[in-house]
Design a protein around this ligand. Sequence first.
Ligand SMILES: Cc1ncc(COP(=O)(O)O)c(C=O)c1O
Length: 361
Amino acid sequence: MNTHHSRTTEGRGRLFENVVDTIGNTPCIRINHLAPDHVRLYVKAEFFNPAASVKDRLAISIIEEAERRGDLKPGQTVVEASSGNTGIGLAMVCAAKGYPLVVIMADSFSIERRKLMRFLGAKVVLTPRTAKGFGMIQKAKELADANGWFLARQFETEDNAQVHENTTGREILADFAGQRLDYWVTGYGTGGTLSGVGRALRKERPETKIIVSEPEGAQLIGSGIPQERNAAHAPAASHSAFQPHPIQGWTTDFIPFVLQESIDRKYIDELVPVTGPAGIEWSRKLARQEGIFTGISGGASFAAAMQIAEKAAPESVILCMLPDTGERYLSSPLFEGIAEAMTEEETALSLSTPGFHMPPA
Ligand SMILES: Cc1ncc(COP(=O)(O)O)c(C=O)c1O
């Protein structure tokens, strides 16, 4: 490493009026050790958002657009079904703006997600995992109707893809202006990232190939089976290609309306199925070999990006989305095998010099 001068920083050149103004403008970071030598591979690190995931963008968009339209009244309760990151992003935004929040979440998602939402002042109502994502959504609608709450509708609202076109997409266009961008790689939950960035890339960078990863056991797009919907575009039934998978935040048991745009307008150039274990493996490798700390969905998107990288032409430039922080998975299989007590090797290190040994267990 070149160390001619010490690192200095300059500040951001502005003061922020509130936390929500810090959402977005996440960095694209080069992968130096894991990427094959013949390509340049970058990741867009969404854990730099204030509540540490890509869903902060969606949360501020839904709340501010609803305020603008008059759909959300001062002090009105907000309710949403979320596997975690949308709930955490909404909890941050609602705390900053003074709205009560109720999040509906299946009991299969990690404990730290519930605790984070409650820490940010939200209420969390659990639904049985057997009722899947479809059940979470119906429960959120039930509670909204019964109480006159504002339902955020992340899977249907136009404010989802729109914010990704206006922010995520524009950031990518700006950061890669005058440079190659051969492939952009993402997974999907609601499909907001994909449909929004898809619009921006198709308009401004039509040469960029859009690569979409989905769980190998739940290839909803890959199955080609259409989704049944009701008049409000919400799912009318669970999709038959769905199987439970460990990639939290990805592919729920229906094709969201927000994602449907990417299918209908053919934003997807290639689908790459990824297994849960591959997502976990690449998340761990990103942490250990790059110092980049992302969750299982980030690892799974990166697994797809590595497959693309291996077969890409020399000098290709690839950008892969990393949706959230690995810290959101401490109780999940991502951290299986990470010891709490000292390992044998660490104990041997402790005993190798005379001072400060731990008492035997
Ligand atoms: C961990 C994680 N990864 C990926 C995604 C996908 O993002 P999007 O909803 O924009 O498709 C989400 C959100 O659903 C998420 O929580």
